[in-house]
Design a binder for this molecule. Structure first.
Ligand code: TXA
Ligand code: MG
Length: 327
């Protein structure tokens, strides 16, 4: 694996059908040419991910500003155009009918495709230099917590990656919000880096994914699981959870929550109090706690507003049963 900041070298790897890990504002992605079945197959092999799990296609802002969106989506409803105009570049993925340039391997055989225009400057430079769409899931091994630094990627995927673009730590820290606009009324498939409130201001109320929604592995329980057992509870229930826990225990909570438990004798991993700070540090914290060998992580659930909805969602999935789908 090569590692560095040479965007042109990374784009050449994509053109040759190879794999490039790259930073986005949310998490690191593991990218391949979205128009090539062969290149995309390497992503599934590297991650150990089932081939039916669809990948998001990443596009440069210029593609979307021009007429290029129609290459990647077969039908773009007015709501999607509005949302794209106001939220891209940024941490939002829009599900639309699959366009002619999307390889079927990318969508796992589905007739829809997830599209996203990332705001990270290095991601944009890569997409521009490459010119086409880049299919990319989070650059972690299947079932692991998403990577928010280049070191996380190297630890998870190492030699499976041809070029690792190092852009430092990700700013948002949780994956993009996914909204399905391919089926009429807008459906929230995954809360993420763009708050629901921001989207609803444009689309109106989002309904939650239901049984008729396409299978999205990231939306099932036990997705973002570290090795430690995670117990996610409201802040008031943390002391009782600590009293009941056995083994090497750590509490993961914002500073203001710890201030409410003056007598609590326990290892502490302190997160920022603001929802954006919490999101930014969440995955690094979970990886650190695994590395430190904790058996149990008791996490305080934040209020489900703003980025708190995504943080709570990931904590509950990390706490969920380990036997379901993961990506
Ligand atoms: O922030 C992100 O979204 C990151 C960065 C790299 O862009 N990517 C990411 O990809 O989180 P991944 O593959 O780890 O999660 C994408 C989720 C999966 O749960 C997948 O099932 C869902 O998006 N998805 C992708 N295309 C879909 C489609 N056509 N229909 C329904 N769900 C889809
Ligand atoms: Mg993922």
């Amino acid at each position: 694996m090569k590692r560095g900041t040479d965007v042109l070298a990374a784009a050449a790897v994509l053109r040759a059908g190879g794999l490039v890990a790259f930073p986005t504002e949310t998490v690191y992605g593991l990218g391949a040419d979205a128009s090539s079945d062969e290149a995309v197959a390497k992503i599934f092999a590297a991650k150990g991910r089932p081939r039916a799990h669809p990948l998001i296609v990443h596009l440069a802002p210029e593609v979307v500003a021009g007429a290029g969106l129609d290459d990647w989506a077969a039908e773009v409803p007015e709501a999607a155009r509005q949302l794209a105009r106001s939220a891209w570049p940024g941490p939002l993925t829009i599900i639309l009918a699959r366009g002619p340039r999307v390889s079927l391997a990318t969508t796992g055989g589905a007739d829809t495709v997830g599209l996203r225009v990332p705001s990270h400057p290095m991601a944009q430079a890569l997409l521009r230099a490459f010119g086409g769409g880049v299919a990319a899931p989070s650059a972690n091994r299947f079932g692991a917590v998403s990577p928010t630094t280049a070191d996380h990627v190297a630890a998870d995927l190492g030699d499976a990656v041809d070029y690792l673009l190092d852009g430092g730590a990700c700013d948002v820290g949780v994956e993009s919000t996914i909204v399905d606009l391919s089926r009429g009324r807008p459906v929230l498939l995954r809360p993420g880096g763009l708050p629901r409130e921001t989207i609803e201001a444009i689309t109106g109320p989002l309904t939650s994914a239901d049984a008729t929604a396409p299978a999205a592995p990231g939306t099932l329980a036990s997705h973002y699981a570290p090795n430690a057992q995670v117990i996610a509870v409201p802040p008031d229930e943390v002391p009782a959870a600590v009293a009941a826990a056995r083994g090497k225990v750590c509490v993961l909570a914002p500073a203001s929550a710890f201030a409410r438990w003056p007598g609590l004798a326990v290892h502490a991993r302190v997160l920022p109090d603001d929802d954006a700070g919490m999101a930014r540090e969440l995955y690094s914290a979970l990886r650190d706690l695994d590395a430190a060998g904790f058996d149990v992580v008791i996490a305080a659930l934040p209020p489900a507003a703003g980025l708190g909805e995504a943080v709570g969602d990931r904590l509950l999935r990390a706490a969920g049963p380990r036997t379901r789908n993961e990506s």
